[in-house]
Design a protein. Structure first.
Length: 382
């Protein structure tokens, strides 16, 4: 098949770019022809909360990546859409995670499918965004109603999607992030990060946004500290702030946690991710809202147990009491789950179970579902 992938890719950084590149490689291994069309501009600098959107590493030599999409230039959308229409791929695969992309993606999709051959498929992360804006529903309708079929990764997303469209939709769980490598010995990981191997580490990982509940985790840690249950342990917060930093620093200071919270508040390069997950006893995702999360799949990649809150689709991916604990999205709930992780042989048992559970998260399965979706859509439209 001839496939155009439209979304983040090199030189754009982060998990979304990794996902699109890994899917492209998987389709290539299956014998498909794949072109990735990525951005010349993804977010205007005024709308981007981080320090940098791109990396300086060389582009991957095994992928055909073209930078051609400008998300805020309607004339560019017409040019790209017409080009894809002329190229006549069997399908365009888009990654959709925010309504901000809807005007751009929706216009390109409408133009591309006018050739009567190309289908528009979407791997969808979110329908309703975590941080809401007045234009969300208008933008969602514009994009979602032009898509021929969807692959979703949580039932919450599927339910939200059905409010906009009845296009075919198939479930496939978020695959593992194999691009981060394999687990390394804990001592090696601690050395690389400058950690004291005599201490135990609990990890909060990823971009820091308010909905991810770092405040709940800090309150939970303070509760554990007051009862003397953090001795010999440290909380590692590894990720760049995409929200105001000061309220979190104040919370740390107010709770007297300066010596117990290791704040690595920066973008974590791909090459360093394995050290954080190999050094940590477990990772905590104290989210207040969620659909699914790439952090759980990184944890599975490194067989790192998890504490997650009972929101969105997190509990679908993290079986409670098997690879971690699912708890209420409260400081008390998170504190209790952290405490339980250190009981008996829990951590070792959960690590072993992670190695079993991870087998169901494969990129081959994801690409098979996308191919199945394409065939379903093509058959319906004949």
């Amino acid at each position: 098949m001839k496939i155009t992938i439209l979304g983040p890719a090199h030189p754009y950084r982060g998990g979304l770019a990794s996902i699109m590149e890994i899917m492209a490689r998987t389709f290539l291994r299956r014998g498909d022809e794949v072109l990735i069309r990525t951005f010349t501009l993804q977010y205007p600098s005024l709308l981007f909360p981080g320090k940098s959107q791109t990396v300086t590493t060389p582009p991957p030599a095994d992928l055909h990546i073209t930078r051609c999409v400008h998300t805020v230039n309607p004339f560019n959308w017409w040019r790209v859409g017409r080009q894809i229409r002329r190229d006549r791929p069997d399908f365009v695969l888009l990654k959709y995670w925010t309504p901000f992309m809807a005007p751009c993606f929706g216009t390109i999709a409408r133009l591309a499918r006018r050739n009567g051959h190309t289908k528009v498929l979407c791997q969808i992360d979110n329908v309703e965004p975590h941080e809401h804006h007045l234009t969300d529903r208008i933008f969602n309708r514009y994009f979602l109603r032009t898509v021929d079929g969807f692959v979703y990764m949580s039932e919450q997303v599927h339910r939200e999607l059905e409010a906009y469209t009845r296009a075919p939709a198939l479930f496939s769980p978020h695959p593992l992030f194999e691009n981060f490598g394999e687990r390394v010995p804990r001592a090696e990981a601690c050395t690389c990060l400058g950690f004291d191997p005599a201490l135990r580490y609990v990890l909060f990982f990823g971009l820091i946004r308010d909905y991810k509940g770092l405040d709940l985790l800090l309150d939970a840690w303070a509760e554990l500290k007051r009862s003397g249950r953090t001795e010999g342990r440290r909380l590692v917060v590894a990720g760049e702030f995409y929200t105001a930093r000061e309220p979190y620093l104040k919370r740390i200071a107010d709770h007297g946690l300066q010596d117990e919270v290791l704040l690595h508040d920066r973008f974590i390069p791909d090459a360093d991710v394995k050290y954080y997950f190999s050094a940590a006893d477990f990772v905590v995702q104290p989210y207040k809202t969620a659909t699914q999360s790439g952090v759980t799949q990184i944890a599975y990649q490194f067989c790192t147990p998890m504490v997650v809150t009972r929101v969105g689709g997190l509990a679908e991916i993290v079986p409670d009491g098997r690879v971690g604990y699912v708890c209420p999205p409260t400081a008390e709930g998170v504190a209790a789950a952290i405490d339980r992780m250190y009981e008996g042989d829990t951590l070792e048992r959960f690590r072993q179970n992670c190695a079993i559970e991870r087998r169901r998260f494969s990129w081959e399965e994801m690409c098979s579902r996308i191919t199945e979706l394409y065939r379903t859509v093509a058959a319906q439209q004949q």
